[in-house]
Design a protein around this ligand. Structure first.
Ligand SMILES: *Cc1c(COP(=O)(O)O)cnc(C)c1O
Length: 516
């Protein structure tokens, strides 16, 4: 059989055995979509292998002769023993039970779940990039260093900042990095400041990062327009305040009209203005965080610049600083010498490393590819179309659903479904489940917290008018179905998905993670 080091292509034990361990199902393999898929352990057959190496002629030695006794367990690990074919079948069937970005519309507000062109997968798998050892010396990695340098220059142009660290692996990690720099800045000025101001509508990672960086937080109220309440800001400012964290457009999808005033009030109090750049998709080429008055910015390359995310895969959260704060950036960072060579540099008052090597470098390569392939005009168009799509949706949906703030939005819009709760006892989460039945990934619900029964829709620029129309039709159908039958269809949904409605409390508290 597969004795020459190829993968095993022939099952090496009879078929009836696998049926026995998989629970005696007559058909053996479940159909795509509905139906149970057993855990991979239930497919295990003793002695079955997924891969066989050729006989190298090296004699077998007992483990005891090679490893210290403390490294040897009494029992072998309980790993599933399956053929490559069983393994691929198992995971392929699981993927068919999932909804994904490649499958369709994914309007999850605050997440920018745009379609990511396959060309960037090619970039991310270039052997000349992935084959480089992260600890190779600078003379062997000039190409990678140039790539990182070019990306940094591009991000500086896009945001107006003067330098970036590319190390943080996600937006939240960027926030922590930025806040550690805020702390280092105040210490360098000979003072300690303990408080971070965070608007009511902020993303949950903002207060979490502030806490992790050793700060306490103070909440700023939202005014009737959905923006930062200036009176509340002024009341909260004092010489205890280290920074404000703000995203603009904010999480309600509205541009903070008073953003320059906010930044100048914060600066007058000796504090730092931190920009949460997760919503950058709304403003590229139109304005910059620097123009608004911010000092430190994190970006989510996986939201804005062509990396799929949401499945726990790698992302990147570069952090940019205005001139004067470069000395606090994590290091080492690539710098271009006058000789035209790149070298690694550690800034004078660096907060130190925040990630091994140079961050999730391959995601950074994707980001540069995305930026270069769009160009400045293309990035402007990305933001313009993202904002246009969101406004179109908000406008059309506002006929049937309540829009709690404003009549224009940026790249995402927020509906309030509280009327359905009042009239029928139908929650935003019920409507989300009805959308699943109609083949759509639901938008974000119950966030931002300042909106009752919020539904937050971010269509992104990658969706066509036909897709947006289909989504609107689904939403209007749902509204009609609820008007006719009240909560009945809403509470039954979803019925067309591989898994029906689960008891969310029990699923969270007592998850069932075995198939027996
Ligand atoms: C997504 C998001 C974050 C966190 O980014 P991660 O990469 O998920 O850690 C922070 N702020 C806002 C406004 C976001 O939308």
């Amino acid at each position: 059989m597969a004795s020459r080091g190829t993968t095993a292509t022939v099952q090496d034990s009879p078929d009836d055995e696998i049926h026995a361990v998989a629970g005696g199902r007559a058909s053996g393999i479940p159909l795509v979509g509905k139906g149970e898929e057993p855990l991979i352990f239930a497919l295990s057959v003793k002695g079955r292998k997924g891969f066989q190496l050729p006989d190298t002629g090296v004699p077998d030695l007992p483990a005891e002769s090679l490893l210290p006794a403390s490294c040897i367990t009494e029992q072998p690990p309980a790993l599933p023993e399956v053929s490559e074919r069983d393994l691929v079948g198992h995971y392929t069937r699981l993927t068919h039970r999932q909804y994904s970005l490649d499958l369709g519309f994914y309007p999850l507000g605050s997440c920018t779940m745009k379609y990511n062109p396959k060309a960037f997968d090619e970039v991310a798998s270039l052997a000349t990039l992935v084959g480089v050892h992260p600890m190779a010396p600078p003379h062997a990695t000039q190409g990678w260093m140039e790539l990182l340098w070019d990306l940094e220059q591009a991000l500086c142009r896009i945001t107006g900042m003067s330098a970036f660290t590319l190390q943080p692996p996600a937006g939240a990690a960027g926030e922590l990095t930025g806040l550690l720099m805020v702390d280092a800045y105040h210490r360098a000025c000979g003072r300690r400041r303990a408080v971070i101001l965070i608007p009511e509508s902020a993303h949950g990672t903002n207060p979490a990062s502030a806490k992790m960086a050793g700060f306490t937080t103070r909440v700023i109220a939202t005014n009737a327009d959905g923006c930062v309440d200036l009176a509340s800001l002024q009341e909260s400012l004092s010489d205890e305040v280290a920074a404000i964290m703000l995203t603009n457009p904010n999480t309600i999808g509205i541009f903070e009209q008073d953003v320059e005033r906010i930044c100048s009030l914060v600066h007058d109090a000796g504090a730092v203005a931190y920009y949460d750049g997760a919503n950058l998709n709304a403003i590229m080429g139109v304005t910059t965080p620097a123009r608004m008055g911010f000092d430190i910015v994190h970006l989510n390359t996986h939201k804005t610049f062509g990396t799929p995310h949401g499945g726990g895969g790698p992302g990147a959260g570069p952090v940019g600083v205005r001139s004067g704060l470069e000395q606090f950036l994590p290091g080492p960072r690539p710098v271009l010498d006058p000789s035209g060579r790149y070298r690694w540099d550690i800034p004078e008052h660096s907060i130190g490393r925040v990630h091994a090597s140079h961050g999730n470098a391959i995601v950074l390569a994707r980001a540069l590819a995305y930026i270069l392939s769009n160009g400045a005009d293309g990035l402007l168009k990305v933001s313009q179309v993202a904002v246009l799509n969101a406004n179109w949706l908000m406008n059309v949906l506002s006929g049937a659903f309540e829009v709690p703030y404003g009549d224009k939005c940026m790249h995402e819009c927020v509906l309030s479904l509280s009327e359905y709760k009042r009239k029928y006892g139908v929650r935003a989460s019920d409507i989300a489940k009805m959308l699943l039945d109609k083949g759509f990934h639901p938008p974000t619900i119950s966030f931002p917290l300042v909106v009752d029964e919020a539904m937050m829709i971010e269509p992104t620029e990658t969706e066509s008018l036909q897709t947006l129309q289909a989504f609107v039709s689904a939403m209007l159908d749902i509204a009609r179905e609820i008007d006719i039958d009240g909560s009945v269809p809403a509470k039954a949904a979803p019925v067309n998905t591989p898994v029906g409605r689960v008891d969310e409390t029990r699923a969270a508290r007592r998850p069932v993670v075995t198939s027996t």
